[in-house]
Design a protein around this ligand. Structure first.
Ligand code: ATR
Length: 273
C-alpha cells in the first residue's frame, strides 16, 4: 500500500518538496505519495489531525508553522535545540517532531560544496527562526569562532546565552555582535540567515568581512539576493540554499523510510529546471 506524506505550509503552491520526494522515491523504489498541503493560518494543528485521520505517515512543515509544530510534538534533541520542527512522524500514539534544517546546511557545505567547517571562522547573519535552526549543528562541527551578528543585538545575545546555559560546546568562541562591530574582522564562512533576500534589501555589512577563499552561503534559494551579489563582488565562493533544501529533505526521507537517497542528481535536476 502507498504510504502518504505531505508538506504543510502557507503559502505552499511553489514548494519544491513534492518534486524532491518524488525523485527520492523513484531512486529508492519506495512506494510513497507526497503532496503540498495548504493549512489556513489559524488551523495548522487541525490540518495535522486531519492528515493523521486520513492515514498519513508523516509530513514536512514549512513557513510559518515550524514553531507551532514544535508545540504539538514529542521533540527530538535537534528540535529542542532549534525550538522548531520541520518534519513530523505520525506514530500510533504520538506525533514525533524533528528538525533536519541545520543538518541539511552542514551537509551541503561539507559534502556538496567541499568546505570544512571545523576550525573555521563563521559569521551567522540574523537571529530569527532560520538562524536558530542552524546554530547548533554548526557549533557541533567545532568551528574556531562563531559570531552571530544581528540588527537587533539583544536577539543575537540571547541566542548566545541560550547555548552557554546548556553548558556545552566549550571548544569554540561564540560571540554576539551588531553589524557595526564587523569592520576589521574576517570570516571563512558567512551565512545569511536574515530574511533580507525576500525584500531585496542589502545588509549593512562591510565587504572586507569575506576572507580570502570565503564561502558566502545564502539560506534562501531561487534568485540572486543582494547578499550574494555583494559576496560575489568581494571574491567569495557563493551558494544559495537549494542544496540545503534537498539535504534536509533527504534526512527526513531517511528518517521516514530508512533508506538514504542520493542528493546530487536531485540538486542538479532542480538547478537545470
Ligand atoms: P526567519 O524565520 O526567516 O528567520 P524571523 O524570525 O522574522 O524570520 O527573522 C528575520 C531575521 O532577519 C532577523 O534576524 C531580522 O533582524 P531583527 O532581529 O533585527 O529583526 C533580520 N532582518 C530582517 N530584515 C532586516 C533588514 N532590513 N536588515 C537587517 N536584518 C534584517
Amino acid at each position: 500500500m502507498t504510504d502518504k506524506y505531505a508538506v504543510i505550509g502557507n503559502p505552499i503552491a511553489h514548494s519544491k518538496s513534492p518534486i524532491i520526494h518524488a525523485e527520492f522515491a523513484k531512486q529508492t523504489n519506495q512506494d510513497i505519495s507526497y503532496e503540498a498541503v495548504l493549512a489556513p493560518l489559524n488551523s495548522f494543528e487541525m490540518k495535522v489531525r486531519e492528515l493523521i485521520e486520513l492515514g498519513y505517515k508523516g509530513a514536512n512543515v514549512t513557513v510559518p508553522f515550524k514553531f507551532e509544530a514544535f508545540a504539538i510534538v514529542l521533540p527530538s534533541s535537534r528540535a529542542l535545540d532549534a525550538g522548531a520542527v520541520n518534519m513530523l512522524r505520525f506514530l500510533d500514539t504520538e506525533i514525533r517532531g524533528d528538525n533536519t534544517d541545520g543538518l541539511g546546511l552542514v551537509r551541503d557545505i561539507k559534502q556538496n560544496l567541499g568546505v570544512n567547517i571545523a576550525n573555521k571562522r563563521i559569521l551567522l547573519l540574523g537571529a530569527g527562526g532560520a538562524a536558530e535552526g542552524v546554530l547548533h549543528p554548526l557549533l557541533e562541527e567545532s568551528p574556531a569562532l562563531l559570531v552571530i551578528a544581528n540588527r537587533t543585538l539583544e536577539k543575537a545575545s540571547s541566542m548566545q546565552k541560550k547555548v552557554e546555559l546548556k553548558n556545552e560546546h566549550r571548544t569554540y568562541l561564540l560571540n554576539a555582535q551588531a553589524f557595526d562591530d564587523l569592520a576589521h574582522q574576517q570570516f571563512d564562512i558567512v551565512i545569511n540567515a536574515t530574511s533580507t533576500g525576500l525584500t531585496d534589501t542589502a545588509l549593512p555589512i562591510p565587504s572586507s568581512i569575506f576572507a580570502e577563499g570565503c564561502l558566502a552561503y545564502e539560506l534562501m534559494y531561487g534568485r540572486e539576493t543582494p547578499f550574494m551579489a555583494q559576496a560575489r563582488a568581494a571574491g567569495a565562493q557563493v551558494s544559495d540554499g537549494l542544496g540545503m533544501l534537498v539535504e534536509q529533505a533527504a534526512e527526513a526521507f531517511f528518517i521516514w523510510r530508512g533508506v538514504r537517497p542520493q542528493t546530487a542528481p536531485v540538486i542538479a535536476m532542480l538547478r537545470n529546471n
